[in-house]
Write a protein that binds this ligand. Sequence first.
Ligand SMILES: *Cc1c(COP(=O)(O)O)cnc(C)c1O
Length: 374
Amino acid sequence: MISMRPTITEIDLDSIGYNVRQFKGIISDAELMAVIKADGYGHGAIEVAWEAIKNGATWLGVATAKEGIQLREAGLKIPVLVLGGITPEEIIDCNYNDIDVAVYSNNFLKQLDRYSGIFRRPLNIHLKIDTGMHRIGIQPKDLRFFAKELKDRKHMNTRGIFTHFPNAAGDKEFSNQQIKEFMDCVNLAEEILGKVPYKHTANSAAAINLIESHFNLLRIGLGLYGYHDEVWLKEKLELRPALTWKTKITSIRKVKKGNRVGYGRTYMVDRDSKIATIPVGYADGYKRILSNNGFVLVKGRRVRIAGRVCMDQTMVNVTDVPGVCEGDEVILIGKQGNEEISMYEMCQWADTIPNDILVSIKDRVDRVYSNKTV
Ligand SMILES: *Cc1c(COP(=O)(O)O)cnc(C)c1O
């Protein structure tokens, strides 16, 4: 086996287990769907899935058919729902692998009929209702017609009905309006189709901040990994970030006052300095916008990124770090000594959200698990 680069993420599965239990604690009898799309938000879908199940998750949520099939191939047997829009061809794969799909338009329903002859089992569907996100979903005004169409289709089993919030944390008034519209849709669907077993609307933020959204299943993504959509939600539910991103110094050089560092020569050293190079760059998902802007930790101290983040390497100014050596550990996100670079801080520097940082981390960055039991 090829040895690992020093640039790795460490994933603490115990923290993920803890976060699942935290959510279980606030959702009473409702079931929890662990949303593990995009390879578990960059934490590894399979590992996160096993850990979530061990701590009480009974559903898994993914974005694509392929992501769902990978879970089945890994031996995961619990219900899986593809949350996103997919093609009729992908639906065949889902049917063969006993994966539930979202149904969100009449046209789509018709297309599905063309393939129903080769289904291996009734297709489990969840009606996606568009109550205000305007991404995918049946318009409430079309639901009656839609449900009637569905009623006669024996090859489809309506197992769920759901909707999604565009701003669960920030706009309670709008979210509550969505819930009201959703409930009207549930009543109408059940009037025509009979009881629909699963009703779900909540993502992580809604789970924490909008009790009325819980119904009997919640779709928890970001929170599983220990982050909140808004930092103030921390006060309402404590979560533990599972990921640490680290590397090691590969080179240190002295650079005299007045010299400039890196591409474009954008960083000027204003005194005689020590510049360290670390083997991480934007090809690893370390955002280029962090150039001259972000910080890392070395020997428990914050040091500034010096110049532009390159594709594969980045320079940092370690002049004020006593005893700094090549090979020293560097924290990109996480704790070292008494210091921390938090995800939220990096998001400010990079003008983005935790989800984006997490899923940007490339496969080239090896993932190391701690507390792995399965
Ligand atoms: C990604 C996703 C979720 C999970 O949302 P978080 O905010 O990460 O908890 C829930 N529902 C749908 C439809 C999604 O696409």
